[in-house]
Design a protein around this ligand. Structure first.
Ligand code: FA5
Length: 338
């Protein structure tokens, strides 16, 4: 029997098959168990010897069972580990990466240039008081820019700022000259959109105030920006223009010298020397807030430009509306551009 049992144990190749062999021989009703149970029928003098014999066989079978069980369990565990193994050398799933919006990238370029020139970078509220957006900037009530057509008004009499210039006022009320700031942010205009006009767009505003600031400083600053954007040979052009908050005022353009042959003058924004009425309005607001009047007699320059214009040329985007239409075909091209 021992021989048979050992053969069957060797042949069992699964834990279930082994369990069957175990039941057959050493289970409650197994062959060995039965033989042990039959000892009682033997004459007492034979019982001991026979009992010892059966036990030897039982121990041999049990030992073989235990060993085989161990072997089968290890094999089962190995198979499970192998089937569940992760191959870390397989290529990943390639999740799409995001990217910086082209306007953000242009802002980063511009702000980098102005930081190098020592400007502080500030932001301000998009919901603005009429006084800061217009009056304090010397925009009289009869000026066409205040027309209902141009401004998004809120029911409480405030408005969505139509330019970043109101931050000139806010900053000067809170700070003393000399100062050099650029303001970045969104502005809103109630006007028909087309390929170069949006009702929400961005501006970068600059303001420098101190003693003895001149138009030459302004021109040098814009030229420095143009060189930062387009390299050492960049050209700038100024043409007289009218903005109520500067005197004299100008529009400026930079020459976009593009190897693809699209070179042209790019009208970027407006600029000028801060109007004395603006300094007076700032001092009035300071006085109301219990601060000293310190701006009258100061000099300064300011400028404001639209980064969309730069981004359209730089990235060859033909229509400003693409920037905000959330079309993955367009913005998807900027994936991974950081
Ligand atoms: C202004 O907003 C003045 N605050 C700029 C300024 C600041 C002048 C300081 C003097 C001193 P203007 O309305 O021209 O000016 O707008 C400035 C720039 O914003 C424009 O040159 C253009 O680049 C951009 N811009 C104006 N309207 C739109 C529009 N609807 N869509 C996209 N960009 C626009």
């Amino acid at each position: 029997m021992q021989q048979e049992a050992l053969q069957e144990i060797t042949a069992a190749d699964t834990l279930e098959a082994l369990q069957a062999v175990k039941t057959k021989y050493v289970g409650k009703k197994g062959l060995i168990t039965q033989q042990l149970g039959g000892l009682g029928q033997l004459p007492p003098e034979e019982r001991k010897a026979r009992g010892a014999e059966i036990n030897v066989v039982r121990q041999a079978i049990q030992a073989a069972l235990d060993e085989k069980e161990g072997t089968l369990k290890r094999a089962a565990l190995d198979a499970k580990l192998r089937s569940e193994a992760v191959d870390v050398t397989l290529p990943g799933l390639g999740l799409p990466s995001g990217g910086l919006h082209p306007i953000t990238r242009v802002y980063d370029d511009l702000i980098g240039i102005y930081r190098q020139m020592g400007y502080a970078v500030v932001e301000g509220p998009e919901v603005e008081e009429e006084h800061y957006n217009f009056e304090a900037l010397n925009v009289p009530w009869y000026h066409p820019a205040r027309d209902l057509q141009d401004t998004f008004w809120l029911e409480d009499g405030r408005l969505l700022r139509t330019h970043t210039s109101p931050m000139q006022i806010r900053y000067m009320v809170d700070h003393e000259p000399p100062l050099k700031i650029v303001v970045r942010g969104k502005v809103y205009r109630y006007e028909a959109t087309d390929a170069t006009h949006e009702s929400m767009f961005h501006q970068l505003e600059g303001l420098v105030v101190g003693e003895g600031i001149s138009m030459a400083d302004l021109k040098g600053t814009i030229a420095e920006m143009a060189r930062g954007l387009y390299g050492p040979s960049a050209k700038v052009r100024f043409q007289p223009s009218y903005y109520p908050f500067v005197e004299p005022g100008a529009d400026f353009a930079v020459y976009w010298d593009n190897p693809r042959g699209e070179s042209k003058w790019l009208e970027l924004g407006g600029c000028g020397m801060v109007h004395p009425n603006v300094f007076k309005a700032v001092d009035d607001l300071r006085e109301q807030a219990g601060k000293d009047r310190i701006y009258e007699g100061m000099t300064g320059f300011a400028f404001g430009l639209g980064p969309e214009r730069i981004a359209m040329l730089k990235y060859g985007i033909p229509d400003i509306r693409y920037f905000y239409a959330n079309d993955p075909k367009v913005m998807g091209q900027f994936r991974g551009e950081l």
